[in-house]
Design a protein around this ligand. Structure first.
Ligand code: ADP
Ligand code: MG
Length: 401
């Protein structure tokens, strides 16, 4: 995770360091300073969902030519109808086409690539799938879904993420896993140590590609993809499709089908308002009073820096709130634990840096609070997209002083 200081402040010709301290080339456009954000963007009423917005999928999960065991597991997860991206992408992936899938956050992209790939590995045990994601949390989340969908099949997977013990990862790699899910830095490490051989992988998924680009992983991705087996099946999933990604996908994919779901912006489910902090007021007091309101059941609070987030979580705990934090200075075990407790409603408040803003699926977050402003409007949309998921209504409150 980049703190504010390490992001966009690097001098020179776009050369930076990724979050593992390795130099990367930044192709990212310059980010506007927070001051340039227009506060009126943070005020918006949620649009009431009407029945006309009900999506009519072309397929049912039962219609897909997938292994019966897999279908049974999908049904056990409570999935009845595919989401638009699943409806659009799954048939093509099952036909072994390369696919570029663009759909909003929270629209079920994970199952869109996991289900057909699991089917493929069920059919041919020699298939090997590499899934590259920008953050550790996302890797964990995907592995969790993979476990659910492949329950009872004996399918092996390996999670290769930074901040976690190498020993366990080496052990799971030695079991010849069908799926390897990882973040770019750790994957590269394992390859350089000779523990991971990408030449055996004939399937690749790049998930949350826009985020990987933001985090300066583009060179790492090119490095990884170049090592894969050919021919292979390549899948790209992203919430947005900036030009750099389209070019990357065109270069690495073979005659890809592009599925773009023009759904309502996730943010339309979210009531958005600002919280003004008056000159004499203490920001923390304003937050405290807000958090006492009964409607704020499950609250995700965003700060900008690791240090600020850590401090805020401490102050809230001191004030008797049930809070914890996730940010890049915590160990992977601490991050996973805080996230798990928040997901399971054992914690009411999670304070996070933007690492939690993309991709994470936390059920029933009632409120997102931007205690500190996001760096730009795009980050804002990703932050508030953590609430109002699965057509529920959410609230986003942004502090401005
Ligand atoms: P994305 O990657 O597009 O942000 P996710 O794959 O994380 O979205 O899915 C968001 C949520 O929707 C998850 O909780 C997932 O379990 C749920 N979900 C996905 N597909 C379906 C479906 N077909 N039916 C019901 N729930 C689904
Ligand atoms: Mg996702």
């Amino acid at each position: 995770m980049f703190s504010r200081n390490s992001r966009g402040r690097t001098p020179g010709r776009g050369v930076g360091a990724n979050r593992f301290g390795r130099p990367t080339f930044r192709t990212k456009r310059k980010r506007p300073a927070a001051q340039e954000l227009d506060f009126t963007q943070f005020v918006k009423k949620a649009i009431q969902t009407t029945e006309t917005e009900v999506f009519n999928p072309k397929h049912r999960f039962a219609d897909f030519e997938m292994h019966s065991k897999l279908k049974a597991n999908v049904a056990a997860c409570g999935y009845i109808h595919p989401t638009p991206i699943q409806d659009g992408a799954i048939p093509h992936i099952l036909e072994s086409r390369d696919v570029i899938g663009v759909a909003n956050t929270g629209t079920g992209k994970t199952a869109a690539f996991l289900l057909p790939l699991i089917h493929k590995t069920f059919k041919h045990r020699t298939e090997k799938v590499l899934i590259v994601v920008p953050t550790r949390e996302l890797a964990l989340q995907i592995e969790e879904e993979l476990r659910k969908f492949s329950a009872g099949s004996g399918l092996h997977s390996a999670l290769c993420i930074g901040g976690a013990h190498m020993g366990n990862q080496l052990k799971s790699l030695s079991r010849n896993p069908s799926f390897v899910i990882g973040t770019p830095g750790r994957l590269k490490d394992l390859i350089e140590r000779g523990k991971l051989h990408l030449a055996e992988f004939n399937n690749v998924v790049l998930d949350e590609v826009d985020r990987m680009l933001d985090m300066g992983f583009i060179q790492d991705i090119k490095y990884l993809v170049a090592l894969l087996k050919t021919p292979r099946q390549s899948l790209f999933f992203s919430a947005t499709m900036p030009r750099e990604i389209a070019e990357l996908a065109k270069k690495f994919a073979n005659d890809p089908v592009t599925i773009t779901i023009k759904s309502r912006a996730t943010a339309e489910n979210v009531d958005q308002d600002i919280v003004r902090v008056m000159p004499r007021e203490e920001k923390i007091e304003v937050l405290h009073n807000l958090l006492l309101q009964p409607a704020l059941h499950k609250v995700l609070i965003f700060g900008r820096t690791k240090h600020g987030v850590e401090k805020l979580a401490h102050r809230l705990v001191e004030r008797g709130f049930s809070a914890d934090s996730i940010h890049g200075d915590k160990s992977q075990a601490q991050r996973a634990r805080a996230l798990r407790r928040f997901k399971n409603d054992e914690l009411a408040i999670l304070v996070a840096t933007d690492v939690a803003a993309r991709g994470l699926d936390i059920p029933d977050v009632t409120h997102v609070i931007n205690y500190e402003l996001p760096e730009n409007y795009e980050d804002y949309i990703h932050r508030i997209g953590r609430t109002g998921r699965a057509s529920k209504k959410g609230t986003a409150l942004t502090f401005v002083d």
